[in-house]
Design a protein around this ligand. Structure first.
Ligand code: NDP
Length: 793
């Protein structure tokens, strides 16, 4: 007779299907086609309809309209019309609506879970236990922000009409991530779901009718990429929020360049999953299950590159193979399945093409010995071994259930491999040594780091990427700021289009040589440098007199300056206290040259109140010195037994382009916040009044600012700005120049997707601390890293 142990080992799972009868009835009642939700009403589904397919069965489960430019117009008009009243509601009133949405999602949790599973192919286990509960959590959390927004974000107001474009991998969850903060802040919304997964967004619209959300506050336009492009490009949309592929992120960046629209991009990733030899290997193996096989690997932050320390790698891979053999792949409505179908047959073939390329490059594909259903977009889970860092599968986002693997010997090697990617969305680190894990967390370039955990999300924990994974954060305080504005960038008058002329010929007849000649050189890597092209240009002052020459920097000088800045990495590791001391010392040294600076400002002929400008410059040094050790992170309340830390990290090298007005104060107002947060700077001084820069670098030289931390160039503003915008090693760029220049730098930055702040070519009153200094500058100078650290057994 077989023992109980034998029976347990041979026992098969029985089928445990979740009923989908109600959802089928709901779909059948809408079989004529699903239209849009505009101004509180559902439109009928006219024109070209898009088939919606359940990828697990390949059955068409419905059809949706493809939104046209006219539909987008109507939706934006409805959102615009609803905005004044919605944004003027007391936060408490908006909170009630958000709370009602959360409650109703909870009451319809099973319905939404089944519908999501049928639409997307992901398992009911995940929709029921992860997606839909997180949707409810997001609306609860943001009901709180609606209540608090006025107190928590003084001087801020909602941005206006938000165009939101979401992908198919977490359809309702991505909707919640977009809609909840937008509404909490007082914005109105036009949202487009992915055409592969439009159903839960439609059901959500029905829920909005049920709770009585005012018409026009949320509008949902169904459709494909063209519809998305019409929303992003619509002139009356004030903010675009996009989640999806990096390629489309770039298209949107270029499309809306110069429009002044606020933009947040949550793009792709190739996130490292690092296993140190002191890790709990069994826990790490379970981590891989959640990192790359969760949601069929269709997760932007999937741990898709397994980096394993050499000493434990063979053992770890054996354990992984054994665990992989127990995975169950099949009917996503069956509660016992670990993996369902990928989103479409097209996505399946895309994944297979990438896997084939990996094998052709010499990597070994280890697949789980699991039987797949005969029909449907099912993909065998697996992982590559013998892959190399340069293999396409190690670099490209597969967006399927297959990871690559690499081994490393030392912590430094692990960091180098982890950061060897153009992305920077997430990282998962496994070590039982907390010191080592935290050191690694600090050195990995990623917006989210999970220690001994993976793929954890919470509405209070900011989520978003570094580098080509995009910019902006979703969740928590940082996420709210994406939907708020001070409006100051758009207040000033438009600056005159052209900066001063670049005149390299001898200035005859206009020279005012009453004082000793001033020739501003460039300042690169802590040294004064002659411009590479060997040219200087004439600087004109009061009454149009020639008052000196400034170096005419070119592309090569920009490259040299960026190289020098990138070597000065130690500045980011200096304590905030030390950075503050340097800034105080800078103020002290500046003060000693007060008369000289005031005279130089007066000589430009462009500064109405030189004394005042100088005084404000001193105060600005003090203000940022004060902030250096106070603009810090937080510990957020997410899950129990987790310390979730948000840290404000420097970007690295920031490009700064100063305007012509306030040639000392504006330049310093841009440099100071950047270096306060630990960044290095390559700054282009005022084109018209560059001689101030020459005096300023003499002060930097004597103020303990390490070589390379501040580099100063003079020359043709927009030509240098373009080189900075295109440079891959410049992590962010701030531009104060013309309207055309603002557009130009945004277009030029699309290649490497660096965050740009431009003043839209508008003058600002640099003397007024509201516009010339503040936490807004410090926020722009830092990126939020969220580190999840569990505790307890
Ligand atoms: P896309 O980036 O094309 O789609 C994301 C959303 O953008 C969808 O709603 C899509 O519409 C819409 N869209 C497409 N083109 C435009 C455009 N020009 N302007 C505005 N909106 C547009 O992702 P795919 O679906 O094509 O997936 C391709 C790959 O992208 C995946 O294999 C994966 O690597 C990556 N990806 C990453 C995601 C992430 O979360 N980071 C999510 C999804 C995909 P529609 O789909 O209806 O055509």
């Amino acid at each position: 007779m077989p023992s109980i142990k034998d029976i347990m080992q041979t026992m098969e799972y029985g089928p445990a299907p979740e009923s989908n009868a109600e959802v089928k009835a709901w779909l059948s009642a809408r079989s004529a086609g699903i239209g849009h939700f505009i101004d509180g009403r559902f439109t009928s589904a006219n024109g070209d309809l898009i088939d919606v397919v359940n990828p697990a069965t390949e059955d068409v489960i419905g059809r949706v309209a493809k939104g046209t430019a006219d539909d987008v117009d109507a939706a934006v008009a409805a959102a615009r019309a609803a905005f004044p009243e919605w944004s003027a509601l007391p936060g408490h009133e908006r909170a009630k609506y958000l709370y009602a949405i959360a409650r109703h999602i909870q009451k319809r949790e099973r319905f939404f879970s089944v519908l999501e599973t049928m639409d997307n192919g992901k398992t009911i286990r995940e929709t029921r236990d992860i997606d839909i509960p997180l949707v409810a959590r997001h609306f609860y959390h943001h009901a709180g922000w609606a209540e608090l927004v006025a107190d928590a974000f003084p001087q801020h107001r909602p941005v206006g009409v938000c165009g939101q474009i979401i992908p198919w991998n977490f359809p309702l969850l991505m909707l919640a991530w977009k809609v909840a903060p937008a509404l909490a802040a007082g914005n109105t919304v036009v949202l487009k779901p992915a055409d592969l997964t439009p159903m839960t967004a439609h059901a959500f619209a029905e829920l909005l009718v049920e709770i009585g959300l005012p018409a026009g506050v949320v509008n949902i336009v169904q459709g494909d990429g063209e519809t998305g492009a019409a929303i992003a490009g619509h002139p009356d949309v004030d903010k675009v929020a996009f989640t999806g592929s990096t390629d489309v992120g770039r298209i949107i960046r270029r499309q809306i360049a110069g429009s002044g629209k606020k933009l947040s991009l949550e793009l792709g990733g190739k996130s490292p999953f690092i296993v140190l030899e002191d890790a709990d290997l069994d826990a790490a193996v379970e981590g891989v299950v959640d990192a790359i096989w969760f949601n069929q690997g269709e997760v932007c932050c999937a741990g898709s590159r397994l980096l394993v320390q050499e000493g434990v790698a063979p053992r770890f891979f054996d354990k992984l193979k054994a665990r992989m053999a127990t995975l169950r792949v099949g009917d996503p409505l069956d509660k016992t399945m670990d993996m369902g179908a990928v989103v479409s047959m097209k996505q399946l073939s895309r994944i297979k093409t990438l896997l084939k390329a990996g094998e052709e490059e010499g990597a070994t594909l280890n697949l789980a010995p699991v039987a797949l259903p005969e029909k449907g977009a099912f993909c065998t889970p697996g992982f590559f071994t013998d892959s190399h860092p340069a293999n396409s599968v190690s670099q490209v986002e597969i967006f399927g259930p297959v990871a690559t693997t690499l081994t490393f010997r030392t912590l430094d090697e692990a960091v180098a491999l982890a950061n060897d990617t153009r992305y920077g969305l997430a990282a998962s680190l496994w070590s039982e040594n907390v010191n080592r894990a935290i050191e690694l967390a600090a050195r990995v370039k990623a917006g989210v780091v999970w220690i001994n955990a993976t793929n954890m999300f919470d509405a209070a924990a900011p989520f978003g990427g570094y580098r080509e994974s995009g910019y902006g954060r979703e969740g928590g305080r940082a996420g709210m700021l994406e939907y708020l504005t001070t409006g100051w960038d758009k207040q000033g008058k438009v600056r005159a289009a052209s900066a001063a002329p670049i005149d390299v010929a001898p200035a005859t007849g206009k020279a005012d040589r009453t004082a000793i000649d001033v020739t501003a050189k460039l300042y690169i890597g802590g040294k004064q440098a002659r411009p590479d092209g060997g040219q200087s240009y004439t600087v004109y002052g009061k009454g149009g007199a020639a008052i000196g020459e400034a170096g005419l920097a070119n592309r090569k000088d920009v490259r040299n300056a960026v190289e020098a800045a990138n070597k000065a990495t130690a500045w980011g590791g200096v304590t905030a206290h030390n950075r503050a001391q340097v800034l105080y010392f800078l103020a002290e040294n500046l003060e000693q040259r007060r008369d000289e600076f005031v005279a130089a400002l007066a000589a430009t002929g462009a500064v109405a109140k030189p004394e005042e400008e100088f005084e404000a410059a001193i105060r600005r040094c003090f203000w940022y010195a004060a902030q250096a050790d106070k603009f810090d992170g937080a510990v957020t309340a997410t899950k129990s037994q987790h310390v979730t830390m948000t840290v404000n990290e420097p970007f690295g090298t920031i490009g700064v382009v100063a305007p012509d007005e306030a040639p000392l104060l504006a330049l310093l107002s841009l440099i100071l916040p950047a270096i306060t947060m630990g960044n290095r700077v390559v700054a282009i001084a005022s084109q018209a009044h560059p001689l101030i820069a020459a005096r300023l670098y003499q002060v930097f030289e004597t103020s303990d600012i390490p070589a390379g931390v501040v580099n100063l160039l003079t020359g043709e503003r927009d030509a240098l700005a373009k080189t900075l915008a295109e440079h891959d090693d410049v992590a962010a760029l701030w531009y104060c120049g013309s309207e055309d220049g603002s557009r130009m730098v945004e277009v030029a930055s699309a290649g490497n997707l660096k965050p740009i702040w431009s003043d839209l070519g508008r003058l600002r009153d640099w003397l007024d601390p509201r516009f010339g200094q503040g936490q807004e500058y410090l926020r722009r100078a830092s990126q939020v890293k969220t580190i999840w650290l569990p505790y307890g057994e």
